[in-house]
Ligand binder design. Structure first.
Ligand SMILES: NC(=O)c1ccc[n+]([C@@H]2O[C@H](COP(=O)([O-])OP(=O)(O)OC[C@H]3O[C@@H](n4cnc5c(N)ncnc54)[C@H](OP(=O)(O)O)[C@@H]3O)[C@@H](O)[C@H]2O)c1
Length: 272
């Protein structure tokens, strides 16, 4: 954290909020006694208290008043009401980190009505297994120390990159929507395996581990994917025949268009 003893409030501790709490505790970045979580239902609060051993509250404003770092993890539909609820409890020295999709730092700053550092983040669902990808950017009042803090938090659940805010919709279109695109690729590879006689369960395992391994090769070797592809493609071999089918089917163009379209939709949603 920025300094030892920073207190953290997780406002709306659902799936992503709980993941962040667990990662912060298990990585030693925060202690249970310095964390408080809020949720709407009593059942959820009881679960968080029992399972994570942290303090819980139904009152967002109280949780914010007693904390230094405010992680906002609610759904976009309730964000306005939550910001209204906490604005008077935000005092200088506190920092707001939002995971809410498609909501700009400027609109959060406006809703809060004060010069508070705001960091906007866009994680993806693999964050739930700590293999996530998060893009982050800072608002008008965010300084290096606030971005560095958010980076440390999101590195506990995967990789994290800093970007200018104008790129956040592209992060949504690529890494946040991307898992869905890759599930379709895995499913389709497995279908191919089934077509050539593999049991479905085995085919799915082969496909998923192949995607995981190929991704690791790209990340760990830092080689261009095209070079790694070339190293698998022996002249007149079977991989080349497979690639020919992919090119004929327009896989590249289809994936490029999928990212472009998802980015455009993220932009539309931000303006809704
Ligand atoms: N899940 C992801 O991987 C992911 C990825 C990227 C971005 N996000 C963003 O993260 C946010 C949360 O997503 P999620 O999947 O974690 O949703 P979620 O599981 O539904 O969590 C939302 C939580 O907010 C609580 N809540 C609702 N109204 C509240 C209020 N007025 N005050 C305090 N807490 C309130 C809910 O409490 P109850 O449980 O009691 O209803 C719930 O625990 C969204 O904005 C989404 O865009 C999530």
């Amino acid at each position: 954290m920025r300094k030892r003893g920073d207190r953290i409030a997780v406002i709306g501790a659902g799936k992503i909020g709980e993941t962040l709490i667990r990662a912060l505790i298990e990585s030693g970045m925060a202690s249970t006694s310095r964390m408080i979580a809020t949720a709407r239902s009593r059942e959820r609060l009881d679960f968080l208290k029992r399972d994570l051993g942290i303090r819980v509250s139904r009152k967002n404003s109280e949780a914010v008043a007693g904390s230094d770092i405010i992680l906002i993890c609610v759904k976009p539909q309730v964000l306005a009401e939550v910001l209204e609820d906490i604005r008077d409890s935000l005092t200088p020295g506190k920092v707001v980190i939002s995971v809410v999709a498609s909501v700009s730092t400027a609109s959060i700053e406006t809703a809060l009505g004060q010069k508070i550092p705001v960091i906007r983040t866009m994680p993806n669902t693999p964050c739930l297994l700590r293999t996530g990808m998060t893009g982050i950017c800072g608002g008008r009042y965010a300084k290096e120390e606030h971005l560095a803090l958010a980076e440390r938090i999101f590195r506990s659940i995967g990789l994290c990159v800093r970007l200018e805010e104008r790129h956040m919709d592209a992060v949504t279109g690529l890494s946040a929507s991307g898992p869905a695109f890759v599930y379709i690729i895995i499913e389709s590879l497995a279908e191919g395996g089934v077509k050539v006689g593999l049991p479905r369960e085995v085919a799915t395992q082969l496909a998923a581990q192949t995607v995981l391994g190929a991704a690791r090769m790209v990340l760990d070797t830092r080689e261009h994917p095209a070079k790694l592809k070339d190293s698998v493609t022996t002249p007149a071999g079977c991989t080349m025949d497979g690639i020919l089918e992919l090119e004929e089917g327009g896989l590249r163009v289809t994936l490029i268009k999928a990212v472009v379209r998802a980015t455009e939709r993220a932009r539309e949603l931000a303006n809704d």
